[in-house]
Design a protein around this ligand. Structure first.
Ligand code: URP
Ligand code: ZN
Ligand code: ZN
Length: 460
């Protein structure tokens, strides 16, 4: 099967030029000014951007959490991702306490197999790591799971102590593995929550008011300090505020291999969303919570200056009905997480490029290339080059759209960006050369997505 993409403007993290692309055997085989070879299928990309498929390295499909399960499975979630120009997700498998690391990974293989429509990899949420389990961590790495998420938050569920974090960082770091850190002081936060509940504060907004930015900054500082002692790199997930960013910046200025991602919700939504009428604030109950608006400009600056390297979504949807509603009388019972996998690429194009905060190349880097390098997928993924997988998005930079529940594909009963008007629309998404979305129509097939055995980080 040969596909020719004609007349497009190819934009990668470093290039910007007009050329044609020939795709053969799922990969880019020729790039040239004017290609004339025969193909089975030709796509005219005149007036469009031709960019590498988005990589979202932080999703939670079918995650059991807060007494329920995130509402997108690997089918619905990856269909939605493809509509939004994402061609690879890295989801978080979970090793529950008492389980081996490999059991956790096997469980996630069972959830994903036969369902995904785009390629996918796994990180592993690691909740126990004794010395005797370190060989297993290396086996996981040999099987392509080369990054591990650890939590300083959620005591009694996912939280691990500093000794476990140090052991994991040392062990993973020796083989090029990466620890992804949920950095918030969950122990202190739990004390603040107790006080709030004792005072009768049960509304969704108290989720944010009980998780101060300093609790996140302290977690980031501690994670980086432990990584420094372990002589290992660290990657801070879902960084939400200037206080936490300052910790990363200071470490990077000292030459420490500290990396971080932020997410669209921290760039476009704010603590004011918790004031929406009735129980609607629950839509935004996620961890870390939405912050004061003033943090947004700082995060954009961090993205521009490379103190933040990646934009992921932390896609973890729960319906308002029957799921978020679990916390109607107590914000601590609202399942934590929000939908977003479908909107990341266009939102960042609009907020970043159209609104003049970052360059077009940086947009591609933040939504695709940097994650490929960070998580061992580059140059198979994350760029458009001869030999790379033909994960390609044809993006109309001028067309406008209004985001909302009616037009989105995520399996959830609300949209966090309802009514937001943006410029930039995904026209066609190709996954390894196959068109999976064509002008809003889904053309893919469950099971076409392949598991990605990832290598190690090449971003350092
Ligand atoms: O609220 C969130 N972020 N839910 C998903 C779990 C996590 O901490 O990433
Ligand atoms: Zn987290
Ligand atoms: Zn997450």
């Amino acid at each position: 099967m040969k596909t020719l993409i004609k007349n497009g403007r190819i934009v990668t993290a470093v290039d910007d030029y007009q050329a044609d692309i020939l795709i053969e055997d799922e990969c880019v085989s020729v790039i040239g000014k004017t290609l004339t070879m025969e193909a089975d299928h030709s796509i005219d990309a005149a007036g469009k951007l031709v960019i590498p498929g988005g990589i979202d390295p932080h999703t939670h499909m079918e995650l059991p959490f807060g007494g329920t399960e995130s509402s997108d499975d690997f089918h619905t979630g990856t269909v939605a991702a493809a509509h939004g120009g994402t061609t690879t997700i890295i989801d978080f498998a979970v090793q529950y306490k008492g389980q081996s690391l490999l059991e956790g990974i096997d469980n996630w293989h069972q959830k994903a197999e036969g369902k995904t429509v785009i390629d996918y990899g796994f990180h592993l949420i690691t909740t126990e790591l004794e010395d005797k389990q370190i060989e297993e961590l290396y086996t996981a790495m040999d099987e392509g799971v080369t990054s591990f998420k650890m939590f300083m938050a959620y005591p009694g569920v996912f939280l691990v102590d500093d000794a476990t974090i140090f052991r994991a960082m040392s062990a993973a770091g020796q083989r090029g593995g990466l620890i992804c850190m949920h950095a918030e002081n969950g122990i202190v936060i739990n004390e603040i929550i107790k006080r709030a509940l004792e005072s009768g504060h049960t509304a969704p907004k108290y989720h944010a008011l009980t998780r101060p930015t300093i609790a996140e900054a302290e977690g980031v500082h501690r994670a980086i300090a432990i990584a420094e002692m372990a002589e290992a790199p660290v990657y801070i997930v879902h960084l939400s505020c200037a206080d936490a960013l300052n910790q990363v910046r200071q470490a990077r200025d000292r030459g420490i291999p500290a990396f971080a991602e932020t997410c669209p919700q921290y760039l476009f939504l704010s603590i004011d969303n918790y004031d929406e009428p009735g129980f609607d604030g629950a839509k935004y109950v996620m961890t870390p919570p939405l912050r004061e608006k003033s943090n947004q400009a700082e995060l954009w600056k961090g993205l521009k200056m490379d103190d933040l390297q990646v934009i992921s979504t932390d896609h973890c949807p729960f319906c308002m009905k029957e799921q978020k509603e679990l916390g109607k009388d107590d914000f601590t019972k609202i399942p934590n997480g929000a939908p977003g996998v479908e909107h990341r690429v266009p939102l960042i194009y609009n907020g970043g490029v159209v609104e003049n905060r970052i360059s077009l190349n940086r947009f591609v880097e933040l939504t695709s290339t940097a994650a490929a390098k960070m998580f061992g997928l580059f140059p198979k993924k994350g760029t458009i080059a001869v030999g790379s997988d033909a994960d390609i998005v044809i993006f109309d930079p001028n067309k406008e759209q209004t985001l909302g529940l009616k037009t989105s594909h995520m399996n959830v009963d609300y949209n966090a960006y309802e009514g937001k008007k943006i410029k930039g629309v995904v026209e066609t998404t190709l996954s390894r050369g196959k068109v999976v979305v064509d002008n809003g129509d889904f053309k893919g097939k469950a099971g076409d997505g392949q598991f990605l055995k990832r290598g190690t980080c090449v971003a350092i």
